[in-house]
Design a protein around this ligand. Structure first.
Ligand SMILES: C[C@H]1O[C@H](OP(=O)(O)OP(=O)(O)OC[C@H]2O[C@@H](n3cnc4c(=O)[nH]c(N)nc43)[C@H](O)[C@@H]2O)[C@@H](O)[C@@H](O)C1=O
Length: 323
């Protein structure tokens, strides 16, 4: 019999890639979707007829229990979140409702309705904040520096506590920044690759950014969702860092993207204080020794591949009349 999986955050970048991966593997895929007045199906339209969409919300306990009753999932992936760090400062309570307490609701629903389901919680490198060490490992202390990181730290520890107290198969993947053509345009990787292409095509004249010296560990979202799935196929539940193991500065990313389209970035990029984050972690780097050794995960995309694939996507999209 085919396995079934329930994904929260189905319409987001990771949810859409994970749904496609699971469909390829023959799963019966259910996705939890928050109903809103505008359609949010842009990332899943091309396979929406192959999956089951369930209406529900991490803010509503009964909708989560109903979703689990309906899907009877073997695996549950919690990818729903308020995920934009600057917004967590303007909406800290809402961020906590979705990103922190939402996970308590989901864990309660699992323990009551389907305790044998395997659970993946999307943790984030933002839990490390200003870390004591670099690269960070699964043992590095959490020192979050923004409401998003605090909410993710809560969710991380709740997941581990439910594993210990109720013996759930529950795991946390601590993902570092991960990107794709499906990434929201406000995140820096997409903003830069799309910005460079717009300038190249004469659709924009300049690009305004924040801290060019910030260092991040960037992966492709396809590699990350593959790690999520692999984590749930192991004999025992465990927590892993999911990262590329390489760091690059925002400046390096700008240089790569502009060079790819034959432009000199210094002619077009300026720093605008509105995009600066005074208290943010400036260096995040993941140690991938554990995930490579224990479950043999390895990213397929290099940093250069990621830049190339995203710039190529924007060139096609904007030449085909995208906005
Ligand atoms: C793991 C983690 O990954 C993501 O969070 P993020 O790292 O904050 O992602 P981002 O693309 O917004 O910023 C990356 C870096 O780039 C710097 N930066 C410079 N100039 C601009 C700029 O103009 N815009 C933005 N957005 N960032 C800028 C910015 O200050 C930061 O140092 C989310 O998926 C989150 O959900 C998550 O869990």
């Amino acid at each position: 019999m085919a396995k079934s999986a329930l994904i929260t955050g189905l319409t987001g970048q990771d949810g859409s890639y994970l749904a496609e991966l699971l469909l390829d593997k023959g799963y019966d895929v259910y996705g939890l979707v928050r109903r809103s007045s505008s359609s949010s199906f842009g990332r899943i339209n091309h396979f929406a007829n192959k999956i089951h969409v369930i209406s529900g919300d991490l803010l509503d306990q009964f909708s989560l229990m109903d979703a689990i009753d309906q899907a009877q999932p073997d695996e549950i992936y919690n990818l729903a979140s308020q995920s934009y760090v600057p917004l967590s400062w303007t909406q800290p309570a809402l961020t906590a409702e979705y990103t922190a307490i939402g996970v308590s609701r989901l864990l309660e629903a699992i323990r009551r309705c389907k305790p044998d389901a395997r659970f993946y919680q999307a943790s984030s490198s933002e839990v490390f904040g200003q870390p004591d060490e670099s690269p960070q490992t699964e043992r590095t202390a959490f020192r979050p520096r923004n409401p998003y990181g605090v909410a993710k730290a809560y969710a991380h520890w709740m997941t581990i506590n439910y594993r210990q107290k109720y013996d759930l198969y529950a795991c946390c993947g601590i993902t570092y920044t991960h990107e794709s053509p499906r990434r929201g345009a406000e995140f820096v990787f997409r903003k830069i690759t799309r910005g460079a292409v717009k300038i190249k095509l004469g659709l924009a004249k300049e690009l305004k950014l924040g801290n060019l010296d910030a260092l991040r560990d960037w992966c492709h979202a396809e590699d990350v969702v593959n790690a999520m799935w692999m984590m749930l196929q192991q004999n025992k539940p465990d927590d892993f860092i999911i990262a590329s193991g390489e760091t690059h500065s925002v400046k390096e990313l700008v240089d790569c993207a502009f060079s790819y389209v034959g432009l000199n970035w210094q002619d077009y990029v300026s720093v605008d204080p509105q995009f600066y984050r005074p208290d943010e972690p400036v260096t995040l780097a993941g140690c991938v020794d554990k995930i490579k050794a224990r479950i043999q995960w390895q990213p397929k995309y290099s940093f250069a591949d990621l830049v190339e694939s995203m710039v190529e996507h924007e060139l096609k999209d904007l030449t085909d009349g995208g906005a």
